[in-house]
Design a protein around this ligand. Structure first.
Ligand code: SF4
Length: 300
């Protein structure tokens, strides 16, 4: 069976930069041969050597339907730059009604209203990992992953038996500054980096308080929707309510931010990043946090 070559685009900077990095190697089949041979993928390296052609890499995006608008916008920019589509993967077969709102389907039909959290992270498995595994199927597959050379300690993604993860940035020695420079000279960085350190769902529970404040400022409608999810979990019998953040509800944060007031479009006393450079600095810190590393599949 012929080897497939895939690359998951998360909407984050590293996977996008990897797609561009590898697209630039399209005319250089020897690069892929060496990369795969060095990654213990001898069969795939041999296939490329015989064809004397770089592999046709399939790009995909696992869509929760709840990603940031900037992510969807950036996908379009990236597709235009690459000159090929990024395939959207849904957790359900084509034609299923649940495709319209997969997150809400899982939340209510399968998890009884239990919102995902760091401890109950059903969202990643059901909406990211499972659709990816279904997409991969049984064929021997090379999965190109955007972990960088300066992330040696970052946990590698687990794979199916027939899938081998390959890390071109690690082999090529590319670090964060290289990735940022590559994006600056091609597609630019996804716009959310002005106020948030990574991609993912707008209500992602891995967000910092400053990022929630950023969501409130940049997308008040989505902040409102995230707040509604919390309210819907309120149990009048126990008085308990799920909150996306530890110890504070979005309603309370909203009130807190409102009472602080806003000036020149920025929330006073927010510890939120004010430029994408500062935001990337926050992302650097996030990548050093073992809890955040667990979210690599959503935001790499
Ligand atoms: S981005 Fe966050 S909320 Fe969305 S699937 Fe990933 S972990 Fe879950």
């Amino acid at each position: 069976m012929k080897t497939r070559h895939i690359l998951g685009i998360s909407g984050g900077k590293d996977s996008a930069a990897l797609a561009i990095h590898l697209a630039r190697k399209e005319g250089d089949w020897r690069y892929f041969c060496e990369l795969l041979a060095a990654s213990d993928c001898a069969d795939a390296a041999r296939e490329i050597e015989q064809a004397r052609q770089a592999p046709a890499i399939e790009h995909f995006f696992t869509d929760t339907g709840k990603e940031l608008p900037e992510v969807y916008e950036y996908l379009g920019i990236l597709e235009k730059f690459l000159g090929k589509p990024v395939r959207r993967l849904s957790p359900f077969p084509n034609g299923s009604d649940a495709n319209a709102a997969p997150f809400d389907h899982f939340l209510w039909a399968e998890h009884g209203g239990l919102l995902p959290s760091r401890r109950q992270r059903w969202c990643t498995y059901k909406m990211k990992i499972k659709p990816m595994n279904a997409f991969v199927g049984d064929a021997p597959t090379i999965n190109y992953v955007g972990i960088r050379a300066d992330e040696a300690s970052r946990s590698k993604l687990s794979s199916l038996k027939n899938v081998t993860a390959v890390y071109p940035f690690v082999r090529d020695g590319l670090v964060r500054d290289d990735i940022v420079a590559l994006l600056e000279e091609t597609t630019g960085l996804p716009d959310y980096y002005r106020w948030r350190s990574r991609s993912g769902c707008y209500f992602c529970f891995f967000q910092r308080k400053s990022e929630w404040l950023g969501l409130r400022r940049e997308h008040p409608d989505l902040f409102e929707k995230a707040m509604r999810y919390e309210e819907e979990t309120f149990d009048p019998d126990t008085g308990r309510m799920y909150t996306w953040m530890d110890k504070i509800s979005l309603a309370d944060l909203d009130q807190e931010a409102g009472s602080m007031g806003e000036r020149d479009g920025e929330i006073i006393a927010s510890d939120g990043p004010r430029s994408w450079q500062e935001s990337l600095l926050a992302a650097n810190l996030a990548e050093d946090d073992p809890h955040d590393q667990a979210c690599a599949v959503c935001s790499l």
